[in-house]
Write a protein that binds this ligand. Structure first.
Ligand SMILES: *Cc1c(COP(=O)(O)O)cnc(C)c1O
Length: 377
């Protein structure tokens, strides 16, 4: 990687393989909603969404109108669901870009109905139901009122319904959420429904739906397609998905320091022996969480070396005292990923950084170029 100080490598063949694995394990009539919010969880929305388009997803889901626009620029025709609430000033994007909003309240029904009239276009919506997340969506006990309003708004076509789990690891609470949602689906939905109507709740960590002969006919998958393994309670936890992203930097300098020298800001580490310290070209201004100082490690030539002292914005120190003497500046240093069969999983770096894997993915900054491996299998 000439000319690069740190970079994230994105393997699109792995993305494709993960998608295939997931698709093979969900019922074949299920629609696959690919969640690519937050720049595809830091992987870069354009290259990943375009590969996903070629590999067979049914819908895309994004957080907002700006992200939806990025997908729309790649091609018309893909159904795009906007997961987050629209600001009123963004409403026109629904017709201009042909988007599907997640609808939560009466005010939105009125706004979208008015827009439909102005634009002389029907607006497809998915009704979001709050079954216990306490975030977006109409509170489940009030869903039938809102459904009535939607039905009498001729410019709005109800095309799907969704809910979102608050604590997938908590089986009892998720069961309660599922029951509330199913009550609405079985007794409150208008008839007839359009033939492409979809019902979805499950994401990477809550795929219970597979075990049941359920009312659902779609899933919304983000993390799992990027190879971030869901917790063990997920019905898809056994899938051999592979991480799509790895993160690398280079050794920029190394130097010998005497025992008793303290290192970096705050002097959080003191050398207990004469040491060789390496300075790597990445800090929290790239992707390495601050809390990784004195906790995490990095791979060079497949061997792990501890990060010592506080991580700084642009540089991080590692202890190379036990490294081979011919280790030289410019060597590739891996913080997430594999070298010679040794691995540092994203989950491990996140744990040391006192954060969650997906927050870490979202914290890989603009300074880090994404390098795409585009080869097909
Ligand atoms: C992010 C998100 C998802 C995807 O969740 P993953 O755990 O990444 O699979 C699904 N639904 C909603 C509403 C989301 O915000």
């Amino acid at each position: 990687m000439k000319g690069m100080r740190s970079w994230a490598e994105i393997d699109l063949a792995k993305l494709e393989r993960n998608l295939r694995l997931i698709r093979e394990s969900i019922p074949s009539h299920f629609k696959y909603i690919s969640v690519v919010k937050a720049d595809a969880y830091g992987h870069g929305i354009l290259p990943t969404a375009s590969r996903l388009m070629q590999s067979g997803v049914d819908l895309f889901a994004v957080a907002n109108v700006k992200e939806a626009n990025e997908i729309r620029e790649m091609g018309s025709g893909w159904p795009i669901l906007v997961l987050g609430p629209l600001l009123e000033e963004e409403d026109e994007a629904l017709t201009d870009l042909d988007l599907i909003p997640s609808l939560s309240c009466l005010e939105e029904v009125k706004r979208f109905q008015a827009l439909s009239k102005t634009k002389q276009r029907k607006i497809k919506v998915h009704l979001k139901v709050d079954t216990g997340m306490g975030r977006m969506g109409v509170w489940w006990e009030k869903a039938s009122d809102l459904l009535r309003e939607i039905k009498s708004s001729k410019g709005i076509e109800l095309n799907g319904i969704l809910t979102h789990f608050a604590e997938p690891a908590n089986e009892e609470f998720s069961r309660l959420q599922r029951d509330r949602f199913e009550q609405i689906i079985t007794s409150k939905l208008p008839t007839p429904l359009p033939s492409d109507f979809i019902i979805h709740a499950d994401n990477s960590s809550s795929l219970k739906v597979l075990e049941e002969n359920s009312v659902f006919n779609a899933v919304r998958i983000g993390l799992l397609q990027f190879g971030v393994t869901p917790p063990t309670h997920s019905a898809l936890a056994h899938l051999k998905v592979e991480p799509v992203l790895s993160f690398h930097t280079k050794l920029a300098l190394s130097k010998d320091l005497p025992a008793q020298t303290s290192l970096s800001y705050g002097r959080l580490h003191t050398l207990d022996r004469d040491s060789r310290i390496g300075i790597i070209s990445a800090g929290y201004g790239d992707a390495i969480p601050l809390h990784c100082g004195n906790q995490a490690s990095a791979l060079i030539r497949g061997t792990s070396y501890p990060i010592v002292g506080r991580v700084t914005m642009d540089q991080t120190l590692i202890d190379l005292t036990d490294a081979p003497p011919d280790l030289s500046n410019g060597e590739v240093v891996t913080l997430i990923g594999e070298q010679n069969g040794n691995k540092i999983p994203l989950e491990t770096l996140a744990l040391h950084g006192k954060t969650i894997p997906w927050e870490l993915l979202c914290s890989i900054t603009k300074r880090v170029p994404r390098i795409y491996l585009t080869k097909r299998e």
